[in-house]
Design a protein around this ligand. Structure first.
Ligand code: FAD
Ligand code: PYC
Length: 417
């Protein structure tokens, strides 16, 4: 911290923090027209706007958010970051993101608290072990770090883990040491501040309610709760609401939407050094820098837009956490919440062009898109600016559901599915 920053901090502490200005501009009203509008002010939408402004000359840019930025899944997720997916296309996409995470605090000059403390995925049966070993081999061939640990090595890496209990036997695990967690709000705020400084308008409480097309079929204006906006190009980055937004332009999406839940415990001193995921059990856990255990569950079994989620889903996850980590049996849980995730049949995202000229979509991240935030924004910005897919995004086109060129990452994404 520079001497000036230290002095400023002290001065603000003494005068009741009254001198800090807003970190980003958030105009009450949008301009009448923009060259590019991003629908959705989550991490992916804000990152897209930032890279559009920074790396591409596309003119006036706005992000329209129906609530507050980061209030969707960006602010509701358990922040696990990893790139240990099976297929080379996915390794390229998710590892592009991990590489950007590694320099993101410097890039944004904002501490996103990226903490590569290692992500350990537990194997509970022979099938798990075979599947994870296959991922380890595939990842190493693709230049992505991943290694197999036997049960004793898992316990050494994560001392709270009980490898002797019988209900969820631990045969070993796949460890990605470069994986970890980041602070979700800071990611949204950091991108918002940096995008705003580059001239992007971030309009909150502005819901898009209609998408209009001209005689040539191209998108030309948006109806919003703050009036009509003329647009050149539109990027839809609306996570669990993608199907609803795309329907406004007459595009039916191959998505199903499910509630996904998580919860946090009371804060305790640092006891949990890493991230542990159990795909078979649908449970994942880490400890936040505030000391809370951050625990996530599986999706509900039925599609729904209810953010409540089933109580039985949470109780199943907590029972498993207590079996795997008996030292947490007497911890009290503080709060739980849910978010709506949009899933594709191959558990890979959709990034790219749509049948509507000028309309682009970035969605289908299901239960696992936080980890991709910087990479997703980076390749989507290039895709919008050039009106052709960025090479890393190209395999994730919408038309793969017609051509059959699916990228089946069900096993890699399985923790919450
Ligand atoms: P969001 O942050 O949801 O942003 C979309 C925005 O669009 C929202 O703010 C919404 O209000 C806005 N919007 C929607 N409709 C409109 C409209 N009509 N007009 C204007 N704005 C609109 N991923 C991981 O990688 N690791 C994890 O550990 C992880 N854990 C998760 C745990 C839970 C409980 C949940 C729910 C998700 C988890 N995920 C995880 C998934 C991850 O949260 C999402 O994939 C990711 O955050 C999606 O980011 P986004 O910016 O696309 O979406
Ligand atoms: O995709 O890594 C993941 C994940 C962890 C928790 C929810 N999704």
């Amino acid at each position: 911290m520079s001497g000036f920053s230290a002095f400023r901090l002290l001065r603000e502490a003494l005068r009741g923090q009254s001198g800090w200005g807003p970190q980003w501009r958030s105009p009450e009203q949008p301009q009448p027209a923009y060259d590019v509008v991003i629908i959705g002010g989550g991490g992916h939408g804000l990152a897209t706007a930032y890279y559009l402004a920074k790396e591409h000359r596309v003119g006036r840019i706005a992000v329209l958010e129906k609530g507050w930025i980061g209030g969707g899944n960006t602010g509701r997720n358990t922040t696990i970051i990893r790139s240990n997916y099976l297929f080379p296309e996915s390794a390229a996409l998710y590892d592009h993101a991990v590489q950007l995470w590694e320099g993101l605090s410097q890039e944004l000059n904002y501490n996103v608290m990226f903490s590569p403390r290692g992500v350990l995925m537990l194997a509970h049966n022979v099938h798990d072990e075979q599947s994870f070993r296959r991922h380890v081999h595939a990842n190493r061939l693709a230049g992505v770090d991943n290694e197999w640990l036997d049960a004793e090595a898992c316990r050494a890496f994560c001392p709270p883990l009980d490898i002797a209990q019988q209900r969820y036997p631990v045969l070993g695990g796949a460890l990605q040491r470069r994986g970890g967690v980041a602070r979700h709000d800071a990611v949204a705020w950091g991108y918002a501040r940096a995008a705003s400084a580059l001239g992007v308008d971030i309009i909150q409480n502005c819901e898009v309610t209609g998408i209009s097309r001209g005689a040539d079929g191209a998108v030309n204006s948006l109806a919003t709760t703050k009036g009509e906006i003329r647009v050149g190009k539109v990027g839809v980055v609306a996570a669990g609401s993608t199907s609803l937004v795309m329907a406004m332009a007459g595009v039916r999406m191959p998505l199903e939407s499910f509630p996904l839940q998580a919860l946090v415990s009371e804060p305790v001193k640092p006891v949990f050094p890493c991230v542990v995921m159990s795909n078979t059990v649908h449970a994942y856990i880490s400890q936040s820098d505030k000391g809370e255990l951050v625990i996530g569950a599986g999706t509900d079994q039925y599609p729904s837009y209810s953010q409540a989620g089933g109580v039985q889903i949470l109780s199943h996850t907590l029972e498993a956490i207590c079996e795997l980590f008996p030292m947490f049996r007497r911890m009290r849980m503080l709060r739980s919440w849910g978010g709506i995730v949009d899933t594709t049949s191959d558990r890979s995202p959709i990034i790219g062009l749509t049948p509507v000229p000028g309309l682009f979509v970035n969605c289908g991240w299901g239960t696992g898109g936080f980890k991709a935030t910087p990479g997703s924004g980076h390749v989507f910005a290039a895709t919008i600016a050039r009106a052709e897919p960025h090479p890393i995004a190209a395999p994730f086109s919408l038309d793969r559901f017609a051509t059959g060129r699916l990228i089946d990452e069900a096993a890699a994404a399985a923790v919450a599915h």
